[in-house]
Design a protein around this ligand. Structure first.
Ligand code: SAM
Length: 289
């Protein structure tokens, strides 16, 4: 049997979540092509956009538009197709569906209804960007698109200030400069940052360095604010709540066993930044106990 016939592509009553390229058509996997070829129905974020991909593959498929504004209504239609044993492929405009793209409600409901939901992995901008950025990848926090308005965006950045994991954001070309300004203001100009632009495309560019340098390089580049962006930021070196990591009471209890009460209270006050008098009273109690 030729090896291609052994590729497990099951037909009928199954939902496939199919990743498509993020710019370079050659990044479509062979399995994605097979699943699309066998699908009875292709649910696409934008049928015209995905129609061009199917056209490129020489496929003529029944398509259904499924986007943020009609997903709930479309789910029943797709569940109906699944109930008839049809094979449905979910695609978005680019990359992996559900990653800052529609499909969550469909996948959740298809699973709840007992249908098999299978991923057909492939391109995803955040993974592509992280894989080549040179930032730590042992832990990362993908925050997608932050709020479009400045106040909301700054509040979100503030909440990540002490996050030790590498931060990953998506941003659109018309907001990238505002985003970088806010990032510098909230996380500081020295925070290490890597910006991936137009990944896998002709004008793929990585800007790396401190946030201030990345922003300056972006502004100096005549094509800088064009294209699609993944912003990656090195996590904080400061552990979350580092100042509270020392348990003042425990330290005091240990010290009063070895030192005079006054001295123990002073040391704990210096280490934890707490009031000397209060610690002294507490130390007296601990010593007495
Ligand atoms: N589902 C997609 C994925 O798997 O990455 C993401 C879809 S989201 C609506 C689009 C955003 O992804 C863009 O605004 C940009 O931040 C990022 N993106 C997509 N393609 C990209 C590329 N080729 N280079 C850089 N960023 C890209």
């Amino acid at each position: 049997m030729p090896s291609s016939e052994r590729t497990p592509v099951s037909v009928g009553g199954q939902l496939y979540v199919v990743a498509t390229p993020i710019g370079n058509l050659e990044d479509l996997t062979e399995r994605a092509r097979q699943v699309l070829a066998k699908a009875d129905l292709v649910a696409a974020e934008d049928t015209r956009h995905s129609g061009r991909l199917l056209n490129h593959l020489g496929l003529n498929k029944q398509m259904l538009a499924l986007h943020d504004h009609n997903e709930r209504a479309r789910v029943n239609q797709i569940l109906e197709a699944l109930s008839q044993g049809q094979s449905v492929a979910l695609v978005s405009d680019a990359g992996t569906p559900l990653i800052s793209d529609p499909g969550y409600i469909l996948v959740r409901e298809a699973r709840a209804a007992g249908y098999q939901v299978s991923p057909v992995p492939g391109a995803c901008a955040l993974v592509a960007a992280l894989s080549a950025a040179g930032l730590p990848t042992d832990q990362f926090l993908f925050a997608g698109f932050l709020p479009a308005k400045r106040a909301g965006r700054k509040a979100a950045l503030e909440s990540f200030k002490r996050q030790p994991a590498t931060l990953v954001f998506y941003e659109s070309p018309h907001r990238i400069c505002d985003f970088m300004e806010d990032l510098i203001e909230v996380l500081g100009p020295e925070r290490e940052c890597v910006l991936g632009r137009e990944l896998t495309k002709t004008f793929e560019t990585f800007y790396a360095g401190t946030a201030a340098k990345v922003f300056a390089d972006l502004q100096a580049d005549p094509h800088g604010s064009k294209g699609e962006f993944v912003v990656m930021v090195r996590g904080s070196d400061e552990a979350p709540g580092a100042e509270a990591a020392v348990d003042a009471d425990k330290l005091l209890a240990m010290l009063v066993k070895e030192l005079p009460v006054k001295k123990a209270a002073r040391i704990v006050s210096d280490v934890c930044g707490l009031g000397k008098n209060e610690l002294y009273q507490r130390a007296l109690v601990l010593k007495g106990g």
